[in-house]
Design a protein around this ligand. Sequence first.
Ligand code: NDP
Length: 240
Amino acid sequence: MGRTAIVTGGSRGIGAAIAKALKEAGHQVAATYGGNDEAAAKFTDETGIKTFKFDVGDYDACKKGVAEVEDAMGGVGILVNNAGITRDAPFHKMTPEQWHDVINTNLTGVFNMTHNVWNGMREREFGRIVTISSINGQKGQFAQANYAASKAGDLGFTKSLAQEGAKKGITVNAVCPGYIATDMVMAVPEKVRESIIAQIPVGRLGEAEEIARCVAFLTSDDAGFITGATISANGGQYFA
Ligand code: NDP
């Protein structure tokens, strides 16, 4: 059954692959983004998927953005919290701003979006919420105290809301990707990237489409008995 789906950060990288997979699954998809208008316009040209620009870290902007999507496409049945950033630094050099930016986007952003679709899902007694956490939220990572804390927070959030949503037909799950070949990972120096690949048993970075297929399943009607789960897709790099 086709539903209205929001994919945050759906204009690039993993989010773009998710948005395309949900469209292929027959859903009406709204992809949101933060600031890169050029990438968003290119994505819409290529896919026909509408994009909406607002900051997931701003509660009022999320409220307005969700209302705009619902006016255009109907009540949201699927929310994929994918928008995320890194601001890496070893802890002794990490600034309060780097801490705040990452927590505000990756964790508070998940609250802001989920809170604004939650009551509608409760009323309609159906919802599929998937949050893209990270392998580094499971195992921690040097120079990512902010990022790992935000992504571990997403997992606690997921397990708590799964308990609250269960009786209302809302499932809440998380996917923890390992290292995926997107702008975020391609931005790290090549030497560092090679050392990352050396730690991945399957011997390669993941593809965004491999994460998208996990999300397409978790958001399908068939996945109604799966809630509070964390799916790791990391090429065998870490077993949570
Ligand atoms: P990209 O940097 O390629 O894309 C990020 C997307 O999020 C863009 O669409 C961007 O919009 C959007 N975004 C960023 N900040 C905001 C904001 N404040 N408000 C709204 N939208 C925002 O990221 P990836 O595809 O690599 O990562 C996607 C998710 O997967 C993230 O949560 C990341 O932490 C997680 N992840 C990624 C891994 C990887 O290896 N790539 C590994 C594990 C987890 P804009 O284009 O306007 O900037």
